[in-house]
Design a protein around this ligand. Structure first.
Ligand code: ADP
Ligand code: MG
Length: 253
């Protein structure tokens, strides 16, 4: 078995006695596109909080390469190349699409330097490519605040990519999207697989079906892994059907 890029072993996290994450074990391998599903309150966003240093585990191991992430803060973990996209888009609404990408470039630039210094031609070409990838090429001069909800989500994925992360954590990207936007988002994530290592949290089953490949769906329930496998296996698993029965379609954050 190859060495995992990200290792989460026997991790638990309680909030005021409430077990948000219980003995969670999870491995992500290089180039993988993994989908994490689970009912509301299953601990999916908390799982991302723990990886990104927004929350600290009570016990357990979280490692990225040789780095022990439990000893690092949010900023340090981000600098190692772990980028996270929250459910609600947070773009700079008064800046153009292009400037939003420039502001997200990797490296210790201030906002002023980012916007007023000339970009290297390498950076320029890379952002041009990115704009095409997120299909906002024609809207590069638009203020980000004028974009449709789905387009803002894509811009934010583009901003994550501009920072050249090794791991991308994407929380419910399809929430609030039209079916067509959802499908396009799926295509975008599939096109990133292989080049990036990605974990996508999602509720929308049509979307999960679209992006699921080999054994890459993990079901979380009450803070633990309920099952892991191919989409079809997971979907027909009686335990999974039980926890999903009668539940709402979308998460709360
Ligand atoms: P999901 O994303 O799967 O819907 P969450 O990870 O957001 O679930 O939440 C799992 C549980 O942990 C919920 O009951 C939530 O209220 C609780 N929780 C998450 N973060 C915190 C926090 N910072 N403080 C207190 N409780 C929290
Ligand atoms: Mg959530």
């Amino acid at each position: 078995m190859p060495h995992p890029l990200l290792t989460v072993e026997d991790v638990s996290k309680t909030y005021d006695g409430f077990k948000a994450i219980t003995k969670l074990t999870f491995y992500l391998f290089e180039g993988e596109l993994r989908t994490v599903i689970g009912p509301n309150g299953a601990g999916k966003s908390t799982f991302f909080d723990l990886i990104t240093g927004r929350a600290q585990p009570d016990v357990g191991k979280i490692e990225f390469g040789n780095h022990d992430l439990t000893q690092l803060n949010e900023y340090e973990i981000n600098r190692l190349g772990i980028g996270r996209k929250f459910q609600t888009p947070s773009v700079y609404t008064e800046h153009t699409v292009w400037d939003n990408l420039v502001l997200s470039l990797k490296g210790p630039r201030g906002v002023f330097a980012s916007l007023f210094q000339r970009l290297s031609s390498t950076d320029h070409d890379r952002l041009d490519e990115l704009l095409k990838l997120i299909r906002l090429d024609a809207k590069r001069h638009w203020k980000a605040g004028l974009l449709a909800h789905g387009e803002k989500q894509w811009l934010e994925i583009g901003m994550l990519l501009a920072a050249e992360p090794k791991v991308l954590l994407v929380d419910e990207p399809a929430a609030g999207m039209t079916d067509e936007e959802t499908h396009r988002t799926g295509e975008l994530l599939i096109s990133l697989a292989g080049k990036h290592s990605i974990i996508v949290i999602e509720h929308d089953m049509a979307f999960v079906r679209q992006i699921a490949r080999d054994n890459n769906v993990t079901v979380l329930h009450q803070g633990s892994v309920l099952c892991e496998g191919k989409f079809e296996e997971v979907q027909s698993n009686p335990k999974v059907r039980e926890v999903y029965l009668g539940r709402g379609k979308h998460g709360n954050r």
